[in-house]
Design a protein around this ligand. Structure first.
Ligand SMILES: Cc1cc2nc3c(=O)[nH]c(=O)nc-3n(C[C@H](O)[C@H](O)[C@H](O)COP(=O)(O)O)c2cc1C
Length: 178
């Protein structure tokens, strides 16, 4: 595999951070990984340049971003190898396996050919200035943050803190390239 596309949709920036980290891990493995933000750049374009396609989404109220769902729907009968990942609190709270069963397995079942690699990753707190949240979103975001800090994990204001296992990310990239 020489080049892959990582297309992602994010509401609070976590999935972008994870897509960028994945892109770096692919580069370290000698594979060029382009990034495509489905919310700001629009739907997937021509994939003929790529040897594989990865779709990532954040989870809100149990749902993928609709832009990532739409991208996945266009890949149902693709001949390209696919990979799927999500960012969600469930992966931190209950573990990768349970989060994947909830948020990835039903999406993977949509594809004619099963994805080569899947992973449910935890959230990434981005506490730098600039994140705008609605009232309910702020309550849920702060509840998630409060719970994490209560468990003794440092999540400093003004910084980006991933609650993500680097090993899970590496395993995903390795499986995709196998
Ligand atoms: C309003 C709101 C709703 C959320 N709902 C869920 C949920 O249903 N399940 C879950 O596991 N995580 C949930 N989360 C946590 C997000 O999935 C987590 O913050 C993730 O990193 C978001 O990814 P994104 O920033 O790329 O959108 C929620 C977070 C917020 C702020």
């Amino acid at each position: 595999m020489k080049s892959v596309l990582i297309a992602y949709a994010t509401r609070y920036g976590a999935t972008r951070y994870l897509a960028e980290t994945m892109s770096r891990l692919f580069a370290e493995a000698g594979v060029a990984a382009d990034l495509h933000d489905l919310r700001s750049q629009g739907p997937l374009g021509d994939l003929s340049l790529y040897d594989g396609i990865i779709i990532g989404s954040g989870i809100k109220a149990g749902r993928w971003c609709k832009e990532a769902e739409a991208a996945l729907a266009t890949l149902i009968d693709t001949s390209l190898p696919t990979g799927l990942f999500v960012s969600c609190f469930e992966a931190y709270k209950s573990g990768e396996e349970q989060a994947a069963a909830t948020y990835i397995v039903p999406k993977a079942a949509m594809l004619d050919t099963p994805p080569k690699a899947t992973v449910a990753l935890g959230p990434v707190f981005d506490l730098r200035p600039g994140l705008t949240l609605g009232f309910m979103e702020k309550r849920l975001y702060n509840a998630m943050l409060g719970r994490t800090r209560k468990e003794g994990i440092a999540v400093p204001d003004g910084e980006v803190t991933p609650l993500v296992s680097e090993d899970d990310l590496k395993r995903f990239v390795e499986e995709f390239l196998e």
